[in-house]
Write a protein that binds this ligand. Structure first.
Ligand SMILES: CC(C)(COP(=O)(O)OP(=O)(O)OC[C@H]1O[C@@H](n2cnc3c(N)ncnc32)[C@H](O)[C@@H]1OP(=O)(O)O)[C@@H](O)C(=O)NCCC(=O)NCCS
Length: 170
């Protein structure tokens, strides 16, 4: 399902030149860097093998923000089943956070969902992950449930957040 078109964008760096990056579909070569970003971002990270499975999956897609040297600045992953979209992961390198990259990545999935007429996009997020919860709220995701003690390391509830696209569900 790697059908996202690369787009080019730039974000302002604090007091230095804007950095240019583009959004591209994940390829084999980018997997080690994405796995590294996973390890830096999550206590139970996806491995290179899991990412390789995503690459070969007919229902999943991973988009990656890369700079001109193909350094990975961020990435996001989605699984689509019929007209339902499940956002698996989204992460941005710490030094590039709060510059709009997460929004750009999520925006691709929102546009994809609209174009493909999905009913909804949904995801789970740690209760205490206020940065991510705020990002999702900004994109119209609403809290629709809670999974008690869903996460380990540390044990924590998951908040279920969903962005509906069909009017009758809003
Ligand atoms: C969540 C994450 C992907 C956001 O990426 P980002 O590139 O920093 O996001 P953006 O710059 O596009 O921010 C968009 C909005 O998200 C919210 N946000 C992002 N970081 C925030 C923070 N530290 N505190 C509060 N709100 C935050 C804000 O609403 C922000 O809008 P604003 O800048 O106009 O206030 C990033 O913080 C990250 O990689 N976190 C670690 C991995 C993770 O937790 N992923 C989510 C798993 S469910």
């Amino acid at each position: 399902m790697n059908q996202f078109k690369p787009v080019v964008a730039s974000v302002p760096m604090k007091s230095v030149e804007p950095i240019a990056y583009k959004l591209v579909p994940m390829d084999r070569e980018l997997i080690p860097q994405i796995a590294q970003l996973e390890r830096l971002s999550f206590s139970l990270p996806w491995t290179e093998e899991m990412l390789l499975e995503e690459l070969e999956s007919m229902t999943g897609s991973v988009i990656v923000a890369v700079d001109k040297d193909r350094n990975v600045l961020g990435y996001a992953s989605i699984t689509v089943v019929l007209d339902e979209g499940y956002i698996n992961n989204i992460a941005v390198q710490r030094k590039y956070r709060r510059m709009g990259l997460g929004s750009d990545l999520l925006g691709v999935f929102i546009r994809f969902a609209e174009a493909q007429k999905l009913s909804f996009l949904t995801l789970e997020v740690r209760d205490t992950n206020l940065a991510a919860r705020s990002l999702y709220s900004k994109f119209g995701f609403r809290e629709v449930g809670r999974r008690k003690n869903y996460y380990d390391q540390p044990r924590e509830d998951a908040i279920l957040m969903t962005r509906f696209f069909k009017e009758e569900q809003v």
